[in-house]
Design a binder for this molecule. Structure first.
Ligand SMILES: [Zn+2]
Ligand SMILES: [Zn+2]
Length: 253
């Protein structure tokens, strides 16, 4: 299985438009972060987790020619706003599978009403094949995916476990019974927004405490804001086995 980090930034991305913050002005490519998403590939299959406003650019950069589906964590704009750009995949492949909580499907239906339209659909609009997921394992081709339930302040969010890889973003609280589902995974990805606490996201300290509970072999931090600091400087402060993810990073397991 290969994981490609398509984006590792928080909702505004880094750099933020017009910002003169030193991290936004950094020349280090690891400080340039598109909106958060990963590509998960195994055998001949390719699935994307979330589809934010940078989706088109991310698919081009990753030379992604085919996707088997999109799995959504939740309905915030930085995770869904690129959905219209599935069109090239739809034209070549036909209906595109999406997987999401029924609340997220309802939100997408409102936001992208023309995509979900069934009568008199405008030509060129993509068609999606909708798969509603609950907090129980579901099948993607030959692989069972386990959802991990968490809270993003008051909003329910799904993380996902694929074999020995777990991807959780936009988490603020996760119940111990859900943490049990990912204990001792080989690779854990978890959100760490900044140093200061935040209402709906783990800060660095909370993310490190969460990693201690899960006890993975290796952990990567994502959904990073410019307020976390420079990639290189922050990474030097992290415990053994914990790294900052960066855009284009690939891991194989
Ligand atoms: Zn969110
Ligand atoms: Zn987000």
């Amino acid at each position: 299985m290969t994981i490609t980090f398509l984006g590792t930034g928080t909702s505004q991305g880094i750099p933020i438009i017009g910002s003169t913050h030193p991290v936004c002005l950094s020349e280090d490519f690891k400080d340039k972060r598109l909106r958060v998403s990963v590509l998960v590939e195994w055998d001949d299959y390719a699935y994307v987790i979330d589809c934010g406003p940078d989706f088109r650019q991310q698919m081009l950069r990753a030379h992604c020619r085919k996707i088997d589906g999109i799995i959504f964590t939740h309905e915030h704009s930085d995770h869904v706003a690129g959905l219209d750009d599935v069109r090239p995949f739809y034209f070549r492949q036909g209906d595109i599978d999406i997987y999401a909580h029924e609340r997220v499907i309802a939100s997408l239906t409102k936001r992208f009403d023309y995509i979900f339209e069934t009568k008199n659909k405008y030509p060129g609009v993509p068609t999606l094949s909708i798969n509603t997921i609950e907090n129980k394992p579901f099948q993607l081709k030959n692989l069972t995916v386990v959802p991990i339930n968490g809270m993003h302040h008051k909003l329910q969010v799904f993380g996902f476990r694929f074999k020995d890889f777990a991807y959780l973003t936009d988490m603020k609280t996760v119940e111990d019974s859900e943490i049990e589902k990912i204990k001792n995974v080989k690779v854990l990805v978890i959100n760490a927004l900044r140093i200061e606490p935040h209402l709906s996201h783990f800060n660095l300290e909370e993310a490190l405490q969460f990693i201690d509970k899960v006890n993975p072999q290796t952990a990567y931090l994502t959904h990073i804001s410019h307020l976390l600091g420079f990639h290189e400087a922050v990474e030097n402060t992290l415990p053994e086995g914990v790294f900052l993810a960066y855009d284009t990073l690939q891991i194989t397991l």
